[in-house]
Design a protein around this ligand. Structure first.
Ligand code: NDP
Length: 279
């Protein structure tokens, strides 16, 4: 029997990960299975243990999605530096019974920006909206790409300021830019070349209080949510920005996880195209 993988989450019925990994496996000739597992809140460690114990082939790894990324972080016996920086784990590897935690969200976003959207973060004025797990996961990879500036904005100024301070002191990381953390009202008069929405506001249809002027001419506006047109996307479009949704990030973070597990980097363009066809 082939090696087994899964994604844990709640809800999980909507997950595109089984399809993405099946396409990666077919493309690279890997004999694996990948399933979506719904986990009740409070049962995450038990669900991981049950997945490892059950099944016909060896369990090798898992993805972790909302709301278990922080719990996966705590459960991991070892963590990669990028998972440590993110404070969240979206990729687990089962290494001789030990759980190794990684975070591929940031690499996924940066690869989507660079490879699929032709938007290199280097030299850009970047605005990151939100301070949840997804925002935390992308700060280090963005900083490592030498943006002109990185401003984190949230509805609570203290949250953004605390996060910015945390990422200003990362020992051992070659970072030239210190992020700044502000509340939404302080965005008045500021202009950015890349605006990334890492809030979950789009899921509830909430409108973010963004001044129209934050979108510079030829700005790229990146919405991490996918599968729907959000108010942020409408705001950015109306301001003349080039808008992208988070489907590319989803496929790229999955490709990075596949590489962590299998040592092979699948081609993402055909998989992204296949998913777009289904939209
Ligand atoms: P979290 O729940 O950890 O964080 C959500 C963030 O959104 C918080 O900072 C929260 O602020 C903010 N927020 C929520 N509603 C509003 C609002 N109405 N106005 C302003 N801020 C708001 O979620 P994640 O960080 O894990 O995920 C964020 C989004 O990114 C989700 O929609 C998720 O679907 C998407 N995502 C996409 C990925 C992809 O591959 N495309 C990968 C990972 C995530 P506060 O702290 O003040 O409540």
């Amino acid at each position: 029997m082939g090696d087994r993988y899964c994604v844990f989450g709640n809800p999980i019925g909507h997950s595109k990960s089984p399809r993405i990994h099946a396409l990666f496996a077919a493309q690279t000739g890997q004999d694996i299975s990948y399933e979506a597992i719904l986990v009740e809140k409070g049962s995450f460690p038990a669900a991981v243990a049950a997945f490892i114990a059950a099944g016909k082939g060896p369990a090798r790894g898992a993805n972790v999605t909302v709301p278990f990324k922080e719990e996966a972080f705590r459960l991991a016996a070892r963590r990669t530096p990028r998972a440590e920086a993110a404070g969240a784990v979206n990729t687990l590897s089962f290494d001789a019974g030990a759980l190794v935690g990684d975070n591929t969200d940031g690499a996924g976003l940066v690869r989507d920006l660079k490879n699929n959207l032709g938007c290199d973060p280097a030299g850009r004025r970047i605005l990151l909206l939100g301070a949840g797990g997804a925002a935390r996961g992308v700060i280090l990879p963005l900083l490592l790409d030498n943006p002109a500036e990185l401003v984190i904005a949230t509805r609570t100024e203290e949250t953004a300021a605390r996060l910015a301070l945390e990422f200003s002191r990362l020992p051992g990381c070659a970072i030239n830019v210190k992020p700044d953390g502000i509340g939404f009202p302080a965005l008045a008069g500021r202009v950015f070349d890349l605006v990334i929405n890492a809030t979950s506001a789009g899921l509830s249809g909430a409108v973010l209080p963004l001044p129209t002027g934050v979108f510079a001419p030829r700005c790229v506006a990146y919405e991490m949510v996918y599968g729907r047109a959000t108010p942020f996307m409408h705001q950015a479009q109306a301001a003349g920005a080039r808008v992208a949704d988070g489907l590319g990030m989803l496929v790229e973070q999955a490709a990075e996880a596949f590489h962590v597990w299998r040592g092979i980097g699948p081609r993402t363009a055909p998989v992204l195209a296949a998913l777009r066809e289904l939209e």
